[in-house]
Each structure stands twice: as structure tokens, then as C-alpha cells.
Design a protein around this ligand. Structure first.
Ligand code: ZN
Length: 327
């Protein structure tokens, strides 16, 4: 049973918003596009896993995608996919990398051999899952759960990945996606006695979800971009033009004539992702290019956002406001 669905990370949503709100000629645009490309690639690899997980007897499993928690020493770690059963749990790390791959277990590297003879060295996923196993065991102990055995697997999710120098011991730690259900069943067979009763099993999943903390990323600071450099206005989802104007009830695009009741909400989400999780009436008008304070007030009130302060200086919280621009 999927208890936590796969979602784009905050960092990924922020990069998407950044690319919408910067002109392509901005000097940081290529770098942001490149970083976003990496995230999108990784996300695609994680999504590829989902099909193979449908082969599992779902009633026995709780599946958590993208869980990010803090170990007792305050170090955050994010697990691509975590399977929990009453007998053990299994960390699955996805690697969406094509080409000829070699796990250098001594040097702790993943090496990709390119067609031109060049070698690309990447961080070793085996060391990463080993670290995550350790951190999860600390977390379980810290939260008073029985010491549940923790297994891990690195899943090669790209259909065009090929492993060089395999060994039986390596293939216990690494699997191709097509073989994932078999590997999960083999790991199950190694764990026959229940460590968690039904109550603790449910409590563990609930606590992990409660402790999940999405990653944060300060876009402007990280890319050294000033707020004034961002494109303002309400962007048309249909054609990308950023000058939608409100005509009676509808936001209307001057370029493609499409109409929307909610286009301003996506602009507000961009504001939250890129600028701040709080907003004032004046800031809303400035970012959405609205001239009327009462119209801005109506937007803020219609969203029932938590707020503090008096009428003019009232600060609204966007912390729990969420709407997704992209499908
Ligand atoms: Zn348009």
C-alpha cells in the first residue's frame, strides 16, 4: 500500500518556477536549466520503479516515496523509496544512468565508461545506501521502535544501463529494474520473523510520514539573483505569456485569448517558491501587476490564509498554500 506518493521535490518545483520567471538570456539561466535537467532525469528514474512495485503483494507493505527525515544528530537524509513490512524494511535507491557502469567498491565510486574511452566518476550509491541504513537505524532507536532489520538495494532504472564486472556479492546489492520484484522476494525470504506487531507497524509508518520534512532551497540566494530580475505578472498556462489581465471574473491572455479563473494562483505559488513564504497586499500587487488594493485584498481573503498584523501591514502566510503549475 502506497502511504507516501512520489512528488516532485521542493527543489525541483523551485527550479521549474525559476525557469518560468527568468528570461532565457539571463546569465544564470543555462546553469539553472542544467541543474533542473539532472533533477528531472532522476525523477524519471524513480517513476520507472513504480511499475515494478505493482508486482508486490501490497497489503503486506507500506511504501513511502521520497521520505526525508532527520537522524538524531540533525543530519537530513532522503530515501528514494522505502518499503516497510513487519519483519524488515528495504531502502531502494534509484540510479537512472545509461551506458556501461562499473561499481568500484574499493574506491567507493560509480564509474561510467563512455564510448570515447573517457570515464565519468560519480558518487557511489552503495556508500549512500549504507549511510542511509545507519541513519535509519539511529532514527528507529531514537524513536523507541524495535530494531527492525534494514536491507537496501540500488536499482538501475535506465533501460540502457549495462554492468561491467559483476560479482555475486555485488548483485546482492545492485539490481536491474526488471529483476527488482524477484530481488525483493529473495530479501523477504531472509526475514521470516515479525519484529513489529500490527500496531507498531502502523505507528512506524505514521511517525515517519509525520517527521517527513521537504527540502528547502533559497533560489535567489543560491543563484545570486535579485528579486527585481524575476519576471512579474500572471503567466498564461497556455502560451507562457506573462501579461494576463483580469477582465471581469477571468484572467485573459492578450496573446492567445485563453481565459482562466485561477491563473493568479500559479503566480502566487511562484512567489512562494522563489521569494518568500509570507506576502503582504502591496507585495502581491507588485508581483501580480495588479493596481487595485481591494482586488489584491479579495484574492488574499478568498484563500483564507493565516495572517498576522493589522489591516495595512497584515502579513499573510503562504506556508500551506499549494497549487501546481505543471502536471
Ligand atoms: Zn496565452
Amino acid at each position: 500500500m502506497i502511504k507516501m506518493h512520489r512528488e516532485k521535490s521542493n527543489r525541483m518545483l523551485i527550479h521549474e518556477a525559476g525557469l518560468r520567471r527568468l528570461v532565457p538570456s539571463h546569465h544564470q539561466y543555462p546553469l539553472i536549466e542544467q541543474e533542473y535537467g539532472k533533477m528531472k532525469y532522476g525523477y524519471k528514474g524513480e517513476e520507472a520503479l513504480d511499475y515494478y512495485l505493482t508486482f508486490l503483494p501490497h497489503e503486506n507493505y507500506h511504501i513511502l516515496h521520497g521520505l526525508r527525515i532527520k537522524d538524531p544528530k540533525g543530519r537530513y537524509f532522503q530515501i528514494d523509496t522505502l518499503l516497510i513490512t513487519s519483519t524488515h524494511c528495504l531502502i531502494i535507491d534509484c540510479k537512472y544512468v545509461s551506458g556501461k557502469l562499473e561499481f568500484d567498491e574499493v574506491g567507493c565510486q560509480l564509474i561510467r565508461h563512455k564510448a570515447d574511452g573517457e570515464m565519468e566518476r560519480m558518487a557511489d550509491p552503495l556508500s549512500q545506501v549504507a549511510r542511509h541504513r545507519y541513519q535509519l537505524s539511529l532514527w528507529l532507536e531514537h524513536h523507541g521502535f524495535p530494531s527492525l532489520p534494514i536491507a537496501s538495494l540500488v536499482a538501475l532504472t535506465h533501460s540502457k544501463s549495462h554492468l561491467l564486472k559483476t560479482s555475486p556479492s555485488l548483485m546482492k546489492k545492485v539490481t536491474f529494474l526488471t529483476n527488482l520484484p524477484n530481488r525483493i522476494n529473495e530479501i523477504n525470504a531472509l526475514h521470516s520473523s515479525a519484529v513489529l506487531n500490527k500496531k507498531d507497524f502502523n505507528k512506524l509508518t505514521k511517525t515517519l510520514i509525520k517527521k517527513h520534512t521537504p527540502d528547502s532551497f533559497n533560489f535567489l540566494q543560491n543563484y545570486n539573483i535579485k528579486q527585481e530580475e524575476l519576471i512579474k505578472g500572471v503567466i498564461c498556462k497556455n502560451c507562457g505569456f506573462n501579461m494576463m489581465k483580469k477582465k471581469r471574473k477571468y484572467w485573459t491572455c492578450k496573446r492567445c485569448n485563453s481565459q482562466s479563473l485561477s491563473a493568479h494562483l500559479y503566480a502566487l505559488e511562484d512567489y512562494k517558491l522563489l521569494i518568500s513564504t509570507t506576502i503582504q497586499n502591496k507585495e502581491l500587487r507588485d508581483f501580480l501587476l495588479i493596481s487595485s488594493a481591494s482586488e489584491a485584498y479579495n484574492i488574499l481573503v478568498s484563500l483564507s490564509l493565516p495572517s498576522i498584523g493589522d489591516k495595512k501591514g497584515r502579513i499573510y502566510s503562504l506556508e500551506h498554500f499549494r497549487i501546481s503549475f505543471s502536471p
